[in-house]
Design a binder for this molecule. Structure first.
Ligand SMILES: NC(=O)c1ccc[n+]([C@@H]2O[C@H](COP(=O)([O-])OP(=O)(O)OC[C@H]3O[C@@H](n4cnc5c(N)ncnc54)[C@H](OP(=O)(O)O)[C@@H]3O)[C@@H](O)[C@H]2O)c1
Length: 305
């Protein structure tokens, strides 16, 4: 599978990563099959958060790693912190405690990447910087990034950090296109032309920050899954038809659509099925044409000026 140099940091990760938000309730043998199918498909990057399954997702993953000594060295592990029940918390104390919890549950001595999960408007960037420094110096976290942040929030934090933020994890997919809508509708008085993310896609390209996309098959804020929603019939038909040309499924074609963007976006898929991981991963290695990319965009109901 194609590899991406995350944030130009030298951390090379598979273009498709496996998100572990939904693995908490999987029976151990199903989790094993999923994990090894991911490795077999070329996935070396696994996305977690302290809150997934209330900690259970990291625990189950840690148990799997413990059953297979030597596996930890073959993969990259990312986790996130900063979301708490009813509020957000980027305090030094919480960041440090959260990482300790993740390391314990994952049964590892280090995270390859730590992301701040969702903006905390009460953030004191100096405090975050202190926490990051301690984590870096102790070898507990190798790289840092954010999730769901706009460019100004990133700049504010970056001003205080000695090391570069290398990732911003955002929602993007054929049925959730806000990252590109505004740039396609500049100066047009319509909802598509309304800038509400500060041109974060262009900012990340300028600063060489890798965008990771979460929930590639969902639309809205956890509103639904376009693969099984009749409102996206045309999108599904188009993905299927274009996918046939390359011998891949419509789901893999959706991944190819994300991977085709020159921002070199890393896709975090969240399936819990081993057979789907193998299939979906193939999408990252298919290069859609420009015409196909725009056709998929239009078939999701988007209009071009
Ligand atoms: N930073 C953030 O704020 C944030 C937010 C949400 C998620 N995330 C990360 O992103 C990862 C991916 O999110 P996600 O799980 O929502 O992504 P997703 O891959 O868009 O959705 C996965 C869901 O789609 C289902 N699915 C897959 N193929 C299907 C098909 N052909 N027909 C019907 N359903 C199908 C899966 O069910 P099966 O398991 O049965 O395949 C699973 O329930 C998470 O694991 C997490 O790591 C981050």
């Amino acid at each position: 599978m194609k590899q991406l140099n995350l944030g130009n940091s030298g951390l090379n990760a598979s273009a498709v990563a496996l998100g572990c938000m939904r693995i908490g309730e999987l029976p151990a043998e199903k989790l094993e099959r999923l994990f090894f199918a991911a490795l077999e498909a070329g996935i070396n990057f696994f996305d977690h958060a302290d809150i997934y399954g209330g900690g259970l997702c990291e625990t189950r993953f840690g148990e799997l790693l413990a059953r297979h000594p030597g596996l930890r060295e073959k993969i990259l592990l990312q986790s996130k912190c900063g979301i708490r029940k009813g509020f957000f918390d980027f305090s030094k104390k919480h960041i440090l405690e959260s990482v300790e919890g993740s390391l314990k549950r994952l049964q590892t001595d280090r995270l390859d990447l730590l992301l701040l999960h969702r903006p905390d408007t009460l953030m004191e960037p100096e405090e975050v910087a202190e926490a990051f420094q301690l984590l870096y110096d102790s070898g507990k976290v190798r790289h840092f990034g954010v999730s769901n942040e706009n460019p100004t929030q990133m700049e504010l934090l970056q001003k205080f950090l000695p090391r570069k933020l290398i990732v911003n994890q955002l929602q993007f997919g054929p049925a959730h296109t806000s990252l590109v809508d505004c740039g396609l509708n500049v100066n047009i008085n319509s909802s598509a032309g309304t800038m509400f993310d500060g041109s974060v896609l262009e900012y990340c390209r300028l600063r060489e920050v890798t965008i990771q996309t979460w929930s590639p098959f969902l639309f809205g804020f956890f509103e639904g899954n376009f693969l099984v929603d009749s409102r996206f019939a045309e999108l599904n038909t188009t993905l299927g038809r274009i996918g046939e040309r390359y011998g891949i499924s419509r789901e893999a074609t959706a991944i190819a659509w994300i991977a085709r963007h020159p921002a070199r976006i890393q896709t975090i898929i969240g399936t819990t099925r081993a057979d789907r991981v193998a299939d979906y991963s193939r999408g990252a290695d298919v290069e859609l044409t420009r015409e196909e990319w725009y056709e998929i965009y239009r078939s999701a109901g988007n209009r071009l000026p």
